[in-house]
Design a protein. Structure first.
Length: 295
């Protein structure tokens, strides 16, 4: 009798566990250890060093002005970001929240922020690591793990960035863009502001929501940039994401680049694909211009 009861109880716990796993896989908010380990796998031989390609963009006080700014306070501590703004443009500037890769808010992201701003925006690069950034994969794995273990703090950080652009910078329209870890958070920003964010760009964010009920509130156009060789997100997950958005009649442009891997748009990485990166960037510029620039 005890053996029979044990078998029944064990079966019940397995069923409950499987159901819980399925539910967790349908949302963006549940961290999974394999995500961090995959990031470690694809980046372990890399170092986030600046490249000549990134240097070929506007410097501070050239086409843009740029500075370190405080965009909010979390747990009694100021949160600082990097704000770049286009110069010599009349009228209010659309705002873009720029979200860094798993390396953190380093010089590469600051350069990309100036590159974005030069197109006619006020771009705010947020800091999800509390003033730290990684120089090695070991440091990055530690920082991204700490960040993902406090999802409420990540969401509060993104909310402060949005509020700063909207209320303090008077941005008439606001978009978001992120790569890798930041790509997932760009989608998270869209889910936080489903009716008021005006555009979202996701570069190979490894935590895509595919549940239509999760994506249903979104009202902004979405641009998704992914690689065919990537495993997180895999092409199958990307297609499930696209299918869910299309079924909901959402405005979404999703691209899976052939022979492109995770982080293919990062010129400092081993998986850099210049042709795919250039095409993706042109699509990004056109997308933001169409949905954010006031005409």
């Amino acid at each position: 009798m005890r053996l029979f009861i044990a078998v029944i109880l064990g079966t019940f716990l397995v069923v409950i566990g499987c159901q819980s796993s399925v539910l967790n896989s349908q949302t963006l908010s549940q961290p999974t250890d394999d995500y961090t380990e995959y990031m470690w796998e694809v980046h372990q031989d890399e170092r986030p060093v600046p490249t000549d390609i990134l240097a070929q963009v506007p410097a501070e006080d050239d086409a843009v002005s740029a500075e370190i700014v405080t965009y909010g306070t979390l747990e009694g501590k100021e949160i600082n970001g990097y704000l770049a703004s286009a110069m010599d443009i009349d009228g209010p500037l659309p705002g873009i929240i720029v979200i860094h890769e798993w390396w953190g808010l380093n010089d590469n992201i600051k350069t990309m922020t100036r590159k974005i701003a030069a197109q006619g925006y006020r771009a705010l690069a947020v800091d999800m690591y509390g003033g730290k950034f990684a120089k090695t994969p070991e440091e990055a794995r530690k920082l991204v793990t700490e960040a993902r273990n406090n999802r409420d703090r990540l969401q509060d950080n993104l909310t402060l960035a949005y509020q700063d652009l909207e209320q303090e910078k008077n941005a008439p329209k606001i978009g978001s863009i992120g790569w890798c870890f930041g790509g997932s958070l760009s989608l998270q920003t869209a889910l936080l502001f489903p009716k008021t964010l005006d555009a979202a760009v996701i570069y190979y964010g490894g935590e895509l929501a595919t549940d239509p009920e999760v994506l249903k509130p979104l009202e902004m156009p979405i641009l998704g940039i992914f690689g065919e060789l990537d495993r997180r997100p895999s092409p199958e997950t990307v297609k499930a994401f696209e299918t869910a958005l299309n079924a909901l009649n959402k405005q979404a442009d999703i691209y899976i680049y052939p022979n492109a891997d995770h982080a293919f748009a990062n010129p400092s990485g081993a998986r850099y694909n210049p042709e795919a990166a250039q095409d993706a960037w042109e699509k990004t510029e056109q997308f933001f211009s169409k949905h954010l620039i006031l005409r």
